[in-house]
Design a protein around this ligand. Structure first.
Ligand SMILES: CC(C)(COP(=O)(O)OP(=O)(O)OC[C@H]1O[C@@H](n2cnc3c(N)ncnc32)[C@H](O)[C@@H]1OP(=O)(O)O)[C@@H](O)C(=O)NCCC(=O)NCCS
Length: 329
């Protein structure tokens, strides 16, 4: 029976850095407040000429090289993103152009910060049912382009980046993806959104003056949702796979706020040492937090072949997703 495996992983963080002292100059805040309330020390932001497909391209090159896969052999490219280069064509199509991938099925998945795991579970279906063999799956966001630097309750949270996985269907071997849980709580659509720029409120002078082309968030509500849903998803994955929390080598949480990770860990009776942490230097890179973090821990040798990992994310929608995987690299 065929299996789906991970052949390569890559990530990219743009070179420009915004540290907390930079925010002290533009909003009423302090380094101490930001670190204490979020765990973020600095974050990478895209250069003026870098769009989401550019970050995705850099991450893809690293992942494809590890996978030793020529882009011409890609059947499928899915980019999880909330900050596409433009409405259309999709970022996945623009990425295919940059990679010179001649004829993949290419499309974006828009699921807020859950975009990467939504994309991964979508790709899995195409590989599992035999339609395709080689897939490139990304979480990539340039969310700082939609960040309101006059809104002190949100602007310090975000950074830009991309993470990429190359998946391959093989005739034999060990499964990479063991289980998935995806969902949406649509009662929360108004809690995290960008109100203008779409068909409901196309760009106009008033929408620009009212800062409606920027992310708006009810931070407290999202915080509570994030802690609750992370606990529910992880407990469900453990239960239905007959696992104990100590069987999991790493919990890869969406990097939105270190206090969310700490609060969820406490409820789950796991220690923060069991969680992958990159928020201090990346901030919240939206769809990219989990694949970027996984790549960093893999490069550092902390993620080992055979490790069981649970990835868990949440975002605008309010979407949520969790995956149980066995690390194959
Ligand atoms: C945004 C967030 C960090 C705010 O932290 P918080 O502990 O909830 O802070 P509060 O909003 O209660 O604000 C506490 C106080 O700090 C103030 N404050 C807000 N932003 C501030 C800033 N940047 N610097 C200094 N003070 C700030 C508030 O005005 C408030 O003051 P008050 O008590 O006098 O009214 C937190 O709610 C959060 O991380 N939420 C989840 C965000 C998230 O996950 N988003 C992405 C989802 S994909």
């Amino acid at each position: 029976m065929s299996v789906i495996t991970l052949k390569g992983i890559g990530s990219y963080a743009p070179p420009k850095i915004l540290n907390n002292q930079d925010f002290e100059k533009i909003i009423d805040t302090s380094d101490e407040w930001i670190v204490t309330r979020s765990g973020i020390h600095f974050r990478h932001v895209a250069l003026p000429d870098q769009a989401t497909s550019d970050l995705a391209f850099e991450a893809s090159k690293v992942a494809l090289e590890q996978a030793q896969l020529d882009p011409k052999d890609l059947d499928l490219i899915i980019v999880g993103t909330s900050s596409p280069d433009m409405f259309f064509p999709s970022t996945a199509c623009l990425l295919a152009e940059k990679l010179s991938a001649p004829n993949p099925m290419a499309f974006d998945v828009q699921a807020g910060c859950s975009g990467f795991l939504y994309a991964l579970s979508t790709a899995e279906q195409f590989l599992r049912n035999g339609t395709y063999r080689n897939a490139l799956v990304l979480g990539a966001d340039t969310i700082t382009r939609f960040t309101d630097y006059t809104d002190r309750s949100t602007c310090f949270l975000f950074g830009d980046g991309a993470g990429a996985f190359v998946l391959e269907k093989q005739e034999k071997g060990e499964e990479f993806i063991l289980d998935f849980l995806n969902g949406t709580d649509p009662t929360g659509t108004g809690k995290l959104l960008m109100p203008a720029g779409g068909s409901k409120r196309p760009a106009c002078t008033e929408s620009i003056q009212a800062h409606e082309h920027f992310l708006k968030m009810n931070g407290k509500e999202i915080f509570k949702f994030a802690v609750r849903i992370s606990e529910v998803l992880i407990n469900e994955l453990l239960k239905r796979n007959h696992l104990k929390s100590s069987d999991i080598a790493w919990y890869a949480f969406h990097q939105a706020n270190i206090r969310i990770i700490e609060a969820a860990s406490e409820r789950l009776n796991i220690t923060v040492d069991q969680t992958i942490l990159t928020i201090d230097h990346f901030g919240n890179t939206s769809s990219a937090t989990v694949p970027m973090s996984m790549h960093e821990y893999a490069k550092q040798g902390k993620l080992k072949k055979g490790d069981l990992v649970i990835m868990v994310v949440f975002g605008a929608g309010l979407t949520y997703s969790a995956a149980l995987v066995r690390w194959p690299l």
